[in-house]
Design a protein around this ligand. Structure first.
Ligand SMILES: Nc1ncnc2c1ncn2[C@@H]1O[C@H](COP(=O)(O)OP(=O)(O)O)[C@@H](O)[C@H]1O
Ligand SMILES: N[C@@H](CC(=O)OP(=O)(O)O)C(=O)O
Length: 439
């Protein structure tokens, strides 16, 4: 039995947390490959080491004083090392980091040091071998992840290693330049390692007892999802359920390796099992709800647009020209609405509108900003009639105005557009309608 265990920043924020992690790893001999994140927040008001590293590097780059922040970062590690009574001194590591900051080693190099240092501490604490992710996780010159090369090199290296710590979040290009995944990317490293060693399980340890039906910051004590499919999870992760990085499922999915989300603070909880497919009936019609704020809709009207061959393509080409990707595109006979990320769109707004006028000569173009999209996801929805109707009535009851509703062709998800201001209320209403009433 081989397990890969990834521990998030909240699980490694202090010596106290490290001790819980040590107990978890020692309790099961198959937990042989460990992927740590950088120390996270110890409390709501605390700072993540990764954020401090970005700040520190930015200051060094601009020739501003950076030593204080570097010292604060050093204190975070020393607190952990001292609390664990380790015989480890990071003087050399910190002076190398400082030198490299002054040589402008890059933002990714800076951010990656959080995981690198935590990996050294973890390896010392567990007595496991330390493997620098820069030696086994590869990117091409343009920064694209090299899956096949990584899989081969990592597989070979770990094939000879009984127990190892591989820091999350980063790898390197051929010339040695450090490159990170996007934020939260240690989840991806864990998945890559699990694939390379053909693990039986990828355990992802965090500060919640699994994937929850809805964001715990919006719903108090939401239900835990016992089993969820990769496809359902991908929809929820993409729409903002941040517990697992949206790209973390791809490597393990190819191998059919299950992911188990677990709580470092409550190791006795079973957590959530993420699988390719399952015969297990979901507990509720819906599996989960997630959403994001900050969208903008562009509503185009033109009589008989549905009869005009190439209308949609011409409109989308205008967005493409300005590098704006679209999120959803519900359409009617004479109308077409395009949802885009407000932050991506704002800069090009007037150029895109002018481009649409030139490309398709619409009767009318209207925009609405400050919208939120909510995804209601569930493999159980296909077999149940009236799901959209229930959502509508739940939202109407809570006086939330629905701007858009779009059912995916897979019948796995329904996307609802509401005003940003109604976002939390809408999620509560949907949670109530499905979870509180279907007991
Ligand atoms: N549907 C959800 N289920 C569980 N957690 C969620 C969900 N949506 C948002 N979260 C948030 O994700 C957090 C865990 O993710 P993250 O902060 O990346 O953890 P880690 O530091 O362990 O990697 C939780 O503390 C919770 O606030
Ligand atoms: N430390 C990195 C990578 C990461 O995955 O962190 P966490 O596991 O704490 O989400 C970040 O903050 O983005």
């Amino acid at each position: 039995m081989k397990k890969v265990v990834k521990f998030g920043g909240s699980s490694l924020a202090s010596a106290k947390q490290f001790k819980k992690v040590g107990d978890i790893i020692r309790e099961d001999k198959s937990r042989r490959y460990v992927v740590p994140s950088a120390p996270g927040k110890r409390s709501d008001k605390d700072e993540k080491v990764t954020d401090m590293l970005y700040q520190c590097y930015e200051a060094a780059l601009q020739g501003k004083s950076y030593k204080k922040i570097l010292e604060k970062i050093r204190e975070r590690y020393d607190e952990i090392i001292d609390g664990l009574n380790l015989n480890l001194n990071l003087d050399f590591e910190f002076s190398t980091i400082e030198e490299n900051f002054l040589k402008k080693a890059g933002k990714d190099y800076a951010a990656s040091r959080g995981e690198y240092l935590n990996g050294l501490v973890m390896a010392e604490y567990l007595g496991y071998e330390f493997i620098d992710a820069a030696d086994v996780i590869f990117f091409d010159e343009d920064g694209a992840f090299l899956a096949d090369l990584t899989d081969k090199e990592l597989g070979e290296r770990l094939g000879h290693t009984e127990r190892a710590v591989i820091p999350g979040f980063y790898g390197a290009k051929k010339d040695g330049t450090i490159k990170t995944f996007s934020r939260g990317g240690s989840d991806i490293t864990g998945s890559i390692v699990a694939k390379a060693i053909h693990a039986d399980m990828y355990e992802n340890w965090t500060d919640v007892s699994g994937f929850l039906v809805a964001d715990p910051r919006i719903i108090k004590n939401p239900e835990v999802i016992e089993t969820i499919t990769y496809r359902e999870l991908r929809e929820l992760a993409y729409m903002g359920a941040s517990v697992l990085h949206e790209d973390a499922i791809f490597p393990v999915r190819k191998e059919g390796i299950p992911i188990n989300i677990r709580n470092t603070n409550k190791p006795e909880d079973k957590g959530t099992l993420i699988v390719e497919s399952t015969c297990r009936k979901p507990n509720y019609t819906i599996t989960g709800i997630a959403g994001k704020k900050g969208f903008c809709s562009i509503n185009i009207e033109k009589a008989m647009m549905n009869a005009e061959v190439g209308f949609g393509r011409k409109v989308l080409e205008v967005f493409e020209r300005y590098g704006v990707s679209f999120e959803h595109m519900p359409s009617g006979i004479d109308t077409m609405t395009i949802f885009v990320h407000q932050s991506e769109f704002e800069e090009f707004e007037q150029s895109v509108i002018a481009g649409i006028h030139r490309a398709v000569e619409p009767d009318f173009v209207e925009m609405e900003s400050d919208l939120a999209l909510i995804a209601v996801v569930g493999r159980g929805m296909k077999a149940t009639r009236g799901t959209a109707g229930r959502i509508f009535s739940g939202l109407a009851h809570s006086r939330v105005n629905v701007k858009m509703i779009d059912q995916g062709s897979s019948e796995l998800n329904i996307i609802i557009g509401v005003k940003n201001a109604d976002f939390e209320e809408a999620i509560k209403a949907i949670y109530d309608i499905f979870i509180m009433t279907e007991v």
